[in-house]
Design a protein around this ligand. Sequence first.
Ligand code: ZN
Ligand code: ZN
Length: 732
Amino acid sequence: MNPAAHIVRVALNVPVATLFDYRAAVGKEDIGQRVLVPFGKRTAVGVIIDSARTSEIPAARLKSVVEVLRDGPGFAGTDLDLFQFASDYYHHPLGEVVMGALPARLRMVRKSAPRFTAGELRLTALGAALDPASLPARAVRRRLLEFLQAGPSSLSDIRAQFPRAAAAIRELTANGWAAVTETGLAKLHPGAAGAGTDTAPDLTAEQAAAVERICASWQSFQTHLLLGVAGSGKTEVYLHAIAAILARGRQALVLVPEIALTPQLEALVSARFPGTTIACLHSGLNEGERLAHWLAAQSGQARIVLGTRLAVFTPMPELGIVVVDEEHDASFKQAEGFRYSARDLAVVRARQRNVPVVLGSATPALETYYNAVRGRYALHTLTQRIGAAPPTIECLDTRGERPRNGLSARLTQAIRASLSRGEQSLVFINRRGFAPVLTCRSCGWVSGCHRCSAQLVLHLKDQRLRCHHCGHQAGVPVACPQCGNQDLAPVGQGTQRIEATLAGELAAARVLRIDRDSTRRRDAWPAMRGRITRREVDVLVGTQILAKGHDFPHLNLVGVVNADALLYSADVRAAERLFALLTQVAGRAGRGETRGTVLVQTEFPGHPLYEALKRHDYRAFADGLLAERRQAGFPPFVHQALLRAEAPRLGVALEFLAHAAQLGRGLAAPVTLYDPVPATLPRRAGRERAQLLVQSASRPQLQRFLRDWRGRLSDARSTRARWSLDVDPLEF
Ligand SMILES: [Zn+2]
Ligand SMILES: [Zn+2]
């Protein structure tokens, strides 16, 4: 073996917790670059994580790198630090973490030069210096070269003017004579897309104090919790802090929970920062757009990066601040595969880069709030609602009355009154479909999903029974499949049923249902928003899609149906989620000049959660919840991880977990291992699921245990169960 030969350790997109060694002559600057390597029978794209002088692989078996892709984009050392942390902490293979952070087009091996669809072709210095006469007289590439020597041209113009243009373009770019600059991405171009400019409003004393304290520590790591009631202007605090950071030559990263909220924020941000390039990264982009936005962030061209969960991994060389809006939102935690929390990684990233991070919410996650009250996070509260006064929240006691098809007489009356004043109302129900189940009154048959331990939801509009867990659907039976009885009855309420009830009770009202079914088409939601804003709608019926962040100036009444279902749930976090959800829904009422009203139908009007909600007192609610959790030994007072297993039969999954528990107990670590139990939804899409909870008062000790445990689990491969670890689980 040649002792001078260099070895590179390469991350590849394979589900094993190891890097792969190859021979290559590389320097320090190649760390983080993409490489082409032989892998099995194919060539794969990977990323160089490290270099070394020796390898444990015998020299004879060590293969060489095909090519280090030095001309293309790569990761910086700070990016790799974040990937390494995420891989260690969530116990997920580093290769998948790294490759998952690359846009799909940069993960692909290209056999030929990339095909460009939009953009501009311009000559390189090499092409400009070339004499066209040196090329065959009739060749298209010669004529194209001559054409470009007069100046760059758009690809579409070239295609219109030259026969076989695609081949000529490929030839010119492959020879390095010309290069394509991708354009056509209006969002990347400052001042484009008809964005108006907007000047910053004056800040309230509370807002100004928060901005000042956030920016005072701009060159050091600090986590800030911005706790502000709905309508208190948290966004203004973000925008002012971002402006201050941009002025210091840094980039800003803003994470939002939902793709649906990005266009709104994007419009706001581009109006406030005209001339600043903004990259937007969310699941609604096609691969070309994703690549262009990612490159803009990675090259430093984009100064502000807005995005959903995955954007937390976007390379940003001059990162100066991280903002996480609605930080309590469960969608920041990935629910499958690599189960990371983007909110928590945002804090880690800020710590690694030594910059401030701002977590904003009206109802922070209890973990976040606890960190603030014990002084780990700086707490800034915004108590004043800007504009209208906070809505009045009342409970409608439904114990004496069986609400007809879900709506109580008082709620119907209030909607009617609001209708007569020409105002809009919203009925909030957290379940789509017509009714959550169809039953037979004579034999007790219920519409269950044969692949899941869940019921099929009745969707009357399209006459289907649908499983909301696995997507299975079936026609609505005309008679009971068990006894033949024709009197099948829908039980419970969904959005469609409330919509039907309203249509019956208030014939004059124009009702619009907004849920995942009615907004499935890509352009459906913007059109609906337009109708609401133009007052072409009187009553909205909707799920939590409507709860988040949308402002409807004519909406003054919100009715909440079915909230009690979450009040007494086995899930530790159910109350926390319900409070956050109801606060968000209540925030939709009275954004205009008039004060809004929120009516909550409940059989538990004296419940402390509703009491705190009526007073808009998150802190009283959270303090009470913290005391309960401390007593019961629940998070945030303990740290948890869940070992999830699934198999075709429940017995196999439980057996695997029992074995895992035994292995865990053998490690004699200061952690508590609970008994394996079936998951809350034990059967989903034909797979049986079970889980094993492990917890510890110490996060480092839990992590140490998980590392050892995972090693033993990987060795014990005599099982047909698929398993995965979920660190800091949110769903049980
Ligand atoms: Zn029956
Ligand atoms: Zn199902």
